[in-house]
Write a protein that binds this ligand. Structure first.
Ligand SMILES: *[C@@H]1O[C@H](CO)[C@@H](O)[C@H](O)[C@H]1NC(C)=O
Ligand SMILES: *[C@@H]1O[C@H](CO)[C@@H](O)[C@H](O)[C@H]1NC(C)=O
Length: 275
């Protein structure tokens, strides 16, 4: 077993040839060719869908991306304050999400005046990006003692404040592409209970509140793009939306994501042992 199986960066620092370094690096952001010898079993697209559905179930925030409409002056009537010339420009805004229908289509409480929903109303497509955030920092971090020595931060590294105390590039994230669909108001009460359970403050802008017009919508997923982590151990690519929707609660409840429990190691691939 090569050292680089568990510590690819350390082996880089230990002095791989240039060609080898390039080869190691290029599998961080893409999967190695099928013919290449891999030290890990890369999860299938379906196994990745199961992990993704768990992320959706456990992650109450996401970024909604839409584009501004290209009306003649780049603005909509009543929006005099928006700068001109933004037609077709994308904007990503964080919003509350909940997995209330448990079928792969995220539930969103759309405030009609909010930019994301205004853009959709005027013809924009929409996507939702989410990422997995570990609950605890890893016991063992990916770090380069070589680099630390080089820039002289070896001693202080113990109590250095760290806004991202894990390797975010090696953690799963995805984008769900699709369209918004109003959810029948008959289910409003159940949805409100589910949504407020995830987001207690959202009780102030539930449908029927006195300040903002709002409604529950689902993002009907038509495409799923997935980046599971480093490409030598995680799947990177498209997931069939039928697979995404077919994942059952039983399946996503049986898997674990990195850092759900204390004492995890940053280099281990996803815990797929139960799949
Ligand atoms: C929405 O996406 C479709 C492709 O699925 C594209 O044809 C259309 O132009 C897009 N709409 C906008 C407003 O960009
Ligand atoms: C959905 O899952 C069931 C069993 O879990 C399987 O039989 C079926 O083929 C799957 N459908 C799709 C579209 O993947």
């Amino acid at each position: 077993m090569r050292l680089s199986r568990h510590f690819p960066f350390i082996s880089l620092a230990a002095g791989l040839g240039l060609a080898e370094q390039a080869a190691e690096r290029q599998h961080i952001f893409s999967n190695p060719p099928v013919s290449a010898e891999s030290s890990y079993r890369i999860p299938t697209a379906y196994e990745s869908a199961v992990l993704g559905r768990r992320i959706l179930a456990l992650t109450p925030l996401g970024t909604l991306s839409t584009v501004f409409p290209s009306s003649a002056d780049g603005r909509l009537s009543g929006e005099e304050h928006r700068p001109a010339g933004l037609g077709g420009v994308p904007i990503g805004l964080v919003d509350y999400v909940a997995d209330c229908e448990d079928d792969g289509n995220p539930t969103i409480l759309a405030i009609n005046i909010a930019t994301s929903f205004q853009n959709v109303k005027h013809g924009s497509n929409i996507s939702l990006a989410q990422r997995w955030t570990p609950r605890y920092p890893p016991d063992k971090r990916i770090k380069s003692s070589f680099l630390d020595r080089l820039i002289g931060r070896e001693e202080e590294s113990e109590d250095r404040e760290d806004p991202v105390p894990y390797s975010a590039a090696n953690l799963p994230r995805f984008a769900l592409l699709g369209y918004l669909e109003k959810i029948d108001s008959a289910s409003s009460e159940a949805l409100a209970a589910c949504f407020v359970d995830k987001h207690p403050d959202a009780k102030y802008w539930l449908p029927g509140n006195k300040i903002h017009e709002s409604e529950f919508v689902r993002l009907v997923v038509t495409q799923v793009y997935w980046i599971g982590g480093f490409g030598d151990r995680a799947y990177i690519g498209w997931i069939d939306s039928a697979d995404w929707k077919n994942v059952t609660r039983e399946e996503w409840e049986a898997v674990r994501l990195p850092g759900e429990k204390k004492g995890w190691k940053e280099w281990s691939s996803s815990t797929l042992s139960d799949l």
